[in-house]
Ligand binder design. Structure first.
Ligand code: ZN
Length: 189
C-alpha cells in the first residue's frame, strides 16, 4: 500500500467508526464517547508498529463495529477490503452465545489468532484496563473490576510474542491492579 492509499484508508476508517458509534458511550464514570476507545486502540497500534501497517490501524478504528453496531463483514469488505474486514471479524465475539461462553472463547481463540489480530487484542485490552483504572464503571463492584483484569490477563497470555511494546504496556497496566482496591477505598470514604 502506498502512502496516499494508507492515509485514505485510515481516515475513512476513523470517519466510518465515528458515524457508527455516534450514540454509544463507554461504561466508565466519565461516560466518554465510545469513539475515544477505538481511537485509543488505533493509536496504540500505529505507535507500536511505527506506522507500518495501515490496514491494522484501520481495523483498530473498526474493531467494534460488527460486534456493537451490527455492521456486516460484507460491508467492511466493500468499504475497506478483505484484509481489514477479516481482521475485524477475527476479534469479534459471536453475540449469539451467552456472555460467559464468549469470554471463555476469547481466551481459547486468542492463542490461535493471527499475529496481527493478537496485536489488535493486546491494544484493545490495554485500552480497557486504562479505562477501568481512570474512569471505572460506577456500577462495577471491586470484584468485577478485578475479575476483568484477570480475564484480560488470561486473554493476553495467548497474544504474547507478537509485539513487545504492546505487551510491556499491558504488563505495566496489569501491575497496577492493586490500585483498583485503593480507588474503591478512596471513593467510599
Ligand atoms: Zn474494543
Amino acid at each position: 500500500m502506498n502512502g496516499n492509499d494508507a492515509t485514505l484508508l485510515v481516515v475513512r476508517a476513523a470517519h466510518f467508526a465515528a458515524e457508527k458509534h455516534v450514540g454509544q458511550r463507554r461504561k466508565g464514570e466519565n461516560a466518554e464517547p465510545y469513539f475515544n476507545h477505538v481511537a485509543d486502540v488505533a493509536v496504540r497500534i500505529a505507535e507500536a508498529t511505527e506506522g507500518a501497517d495501515a490496514a491494522l490501524v484501520a481495523a483498530g478504528y473498526l474493531h467494534d463495529t460488527i460486534e456493537d453496531q451490527n455492521v456486516t463483514h460484507a460491508e467492511l469488505v466493500a468499504r475497506f477490503g478483505l484484509d481489514v474486514a477479516d481482521l475485524v471479524a477475527e476479534v469479534t465475539d459471536d453475540k449469539r452465545l451467552a456472555k460467559p461462553e464468549r469470554k471463555r472463547l476469547q481466551i481459547e481463540h486468542a492463542a490461535h489468532a493471527s499475529p496481527r489480530a493478537k496485536m489488535l487484542k493486546l491494544a484493545d485490552k490495554c485500552s480497557n484496563l486504562t479505562a477501568i483504572l481512570g474512569s471505572p464503571p460506577p456500577d462495577w463492584p471491586l470484584l468485577r473490576r478485578q475479575e476483568y483484569f484477570e480475564w484480560a490477563h488470561a486473554v493476553v497470555a495467548g497474544c504474547r510474542g507478537v509485539n513487545p511494546r504492546l505487551e510491556a504496556q499491558f504488563d505495566a497496566l496489569y501491575a497496577r491492579r492493586g490500585d483498583l482496591a485503593l480507588a474503591m477505598t478512596e471513593a467510599n470514604v
